[in-house]
Design a protein around this ligand. Structure first.
Ligand code: PHE
Length: 347
């Protein structure tokens, strides 16, 4: 075969395997094969050197080659322009992507969820209520009368503002207000858990803050006894702090429960031997509890001869500090990312 014809064959193969992924290489292709000094043109210039017998054949092959190169060039342009429409001109698909930094739940949320989920497994459901509360739901209905020293015990933030026709508004000092609101609805039995933020006018330090979080619980039904309270809270403490802990109930006083108690458990750090966390006593206090005072039931329109109930309340910051090893309560509300991101891996 004429070496020129063979050349055409080679160029055709070359064009076939050419890949142009961007506008620049497509342009390189155009210049190389279809430009004024390109291969197609210069091969055409060879026509005069072809023996007359072969000219027709050469012309046909050259025409094919030209159309082949033009079609290929068009197809490059189409692919490239559809990529641009899709991604915008500035997009470079070869650059590495932005790393996705995982967020994290707040340690207080983690601890609250942990507490709540234990009670949910026992059939308690979550109830919610307002943080801006009236005197009745935060104090009076809970058997804390006007001059009761408990009002000083829980240094209250009062709100000097008239709303809904009265002025006795305050920031709730505990989530017991939710329990009153649930009991007022009059649907029995009640088995609720009330997580939420509460406010007390205390000096801010490493150990205490003017707002913190609580989880309180309430169970009201016929025949609810102190034994139910003990067993429920013992189960909770074992789930939360470990199967090996032992409980202890100390008599205490709350105006809204009678009898009242505080629950201690054997120290989950030293196992009861005595350490810095339990102040060498071997015991840590974890919650307050008691049987709902009949007066509180009556205040909410519940027949205290028929129904009894137990209630309990605990802070969220303290277990979070003990179990996560946090030594300053203020860290929880400062939102320093260096602190918060340490909880990224926790569910
Ligand atoms: N309301 C109490 C507090 O804030 C806790 C508590 C709730 C105690 C229920 C007993 C029963 O300190």
């Amino acid at each position: 075969m004429d070496p020129l014809l063979q050349n055409i064959e080679t160029y055709k193969k070359e064009i076939e395997s050419f890949i142009a992924g961007d506008a620049r290489s497509a342009e390189e292709f155009r210049i190389k094969y279809l430009g004024t000094k390109g291969i197609v043109k210069s091969l055409m210039g060879e026509m005069k050197n072809i023996p007359a017998d072969n000219r027709k054949e050469f012309g046909r092959l050259m025409n094919d080659l030209k159309i082949f190169a033009e079609t290929k060039y068009e197809s490059f342009r189409e692919t490239i322009s559809s990529q641009h429409q899709f991604a915008g001109d500035q997009m470079d698909f070869s650059l590495p992507g932005d790393p996705a930094t995982p967020g994290s739940r707040h340690p207080i949320t983690l601890m609250r969820n942990r507490i709540v989920s234990i009670f949910q497994r026992l059939g308690f459901s979550v109830a919610d209520g307002p943080e801006i509360e009236d005197d009745w739901h935060n104090f009076t209905a809970l058997n804390i009368s006007e001059n009761h020293p408990a009002r000083d015990m829980q240094d209250t933030f009062y709100i000097q503002h008239q709303m809904e026709g009265h002025t006795d508004w305050l920031l709730r000092t505990h989530t017991s207000n939710v329990q009153i609101r649930e009991m007022e609805k009059g649907k029995l039995p009640i088995r609720i858990i009330c997580p939420g933020r509460v406010y007390r006018n205390e000096t801010i330090s490493a150990r205490s803050h003017c707002f913190f979080h609580q989880v309180e619980g309430l169970y009201v039904d016929e025949h609810v006894s102190f034994a139910d309270l003990k067993q429920t809270l013992y189960f909770f403490a074992q789930e939360m702090y470990g199967k090996e802990i032992k409980p202890r109930f100390r008599p205490s006083y709350f105006p809204f429960t009678e009898p009242s108690a505080e629950m201690d458990i054997t120290c989950f750090i030293c196992g009861g031997k005595g350490c810095r966390i339990c102040k060498q006593t071997g015991w840590v206090e974890i919650l307050g509890c008691g049987m709902v005072h009949p007066k509180v039931l009556e205040n909410c329109g519940i027949d205290s001869n028929k129904y009894t109930g137990f209630a309990f309340g605990m802070g969220v910051e303290r277990p979070a500090m003990l179990l996560y090893g946090v030594n300053d309560i203020r860290l929880f509300s400062e939102n320093d990312v260096r602190f918060l991101k340490q909880f990224t891996s926790m569910a």
